[in-house]
Design a protein. Structure first.
Length: 287
């Protein structure tokens, strides 16, 4: 190789490694401070959104996504045994902070009936149960539900479709979805179903990957996705699942569009709060 070309390649490799290390430091040290304080109060830090949903917003998203429900469920079936560990590794431990913020925002009370949709292995359901709520955990992936039942026998798990929830109208005091709305083929239809099964005055909290607001963080984060996901796929039993994860995050619309979806699905008092600079966002709605 030409010495000049070799030197340039080496410099680019060092630059990429330095950028990745810098993003790790920002995520581990700086960004948790932005939401740890807000996590102790359910309504702190939310920004109200009055943006109406343009029908094209969700039509374009759905058209751009090649995901099919059965295929997505199969991917999660294969990923289930190592799913929680990989989440912790890929988020550099931030998944615990995001989960704490979600639990605090939902503010489940003892005796309340709470639906945790796309509950996976139950990591998001367990804190709600510990708060005294009567928790129902539903996921489309049989593999995830099987792992959840083994790890959390105290939680009621069931397999089901977010677009056709097997519950009566107004059955729940609160509903929540953590990192699952993005995997739904028709997210607005799911939001309508959640509204149907939520009692008047009930509340919704969605925790989902989002679009970082600082441009420098967005560029670094998207670079991180393109760098880390191929490495994660090597360690995974199902490499395609991590390529899908990165692509689904990159395709997901920004916070205001998702807030518009909530309003169009019949939710009121709609607001969102950025976590980790907008890498993740909490979305709130009231029935």
């Amino acid at each position: 190789m030409n010495p000049a070309v070799k030197q340039t390649a080496s410099a680019r490799q060092r630059l990429g490694s330095g950028a990745a290390s810098g993003l790790v430091w920002v995520i581990r040290v700086i960004l948790p401070i932005s939401h740890d304080v807000a996590a102790v109060a359910p309504r702190v830090g939310f920004v109200e959104s009055r943006v109406e949903c343009d029908k094209l917003d969700h039509v374009n998203f759905e058209a751009s996504s090649s995901k099919k429900p059965a295929e997505v469920a199969r991917m999660f079936d294969y990923a289930a045994p190592s799913y929680d560990l990989m989440n912790a590794l890929l988020s550099i431990g931030q998944d615990a902070h995001w989960r704490d913020a979600t639990t605090a925002a939902l503010d489940a009370k003892p005796g309340e009936r709470v639906l945790d949709l796309a509950a996976g292995t139950g990591a998001s359901s367990a804190p709600l149960l510990h708060a005294g709520a009567d928790v129902f955990s539903l996921d489309r992936s049989e593999g995830m539900v099987a792992v959840g039942r083994a790890r959390h026998p105290e939680i009621v798990f069931s397999v089901g479709d977010g677009e056709a929830l097997p519950f009566a109208d107004g059955a729940f005091d609160a509903v929540t979805v953590s990192f699952g709305l993005r995997n739904m083929t028709h997210p607005v239809a799911v939001l309508r179903e959640l509204a149907r099964v939520t009692a008047a005055g009930g509340r919704l909290i969605i925790c989902e990957f989002s679009r970082p607001t600082p441009l420098w963080l967005r560029a670094a984060y998207y670079g991180w996705l393109r760098l880390v996901m191929p490495l994660a796929s090597i360690l995974s039993r199902n490499p395609a699942s991590y390529h899908y994860l990165a692509q689904s995050i990159l395709e997901w619309p920004n916070q205001k569009v998702v807030a518009g979806w909530l309003r169009s699905a019949g939710w009121h008092d709609v607001a969102y709060r950025n976590l980790s600079g907008g890498i993740v966002a909490l979305h709130r709605g009231t029935r």
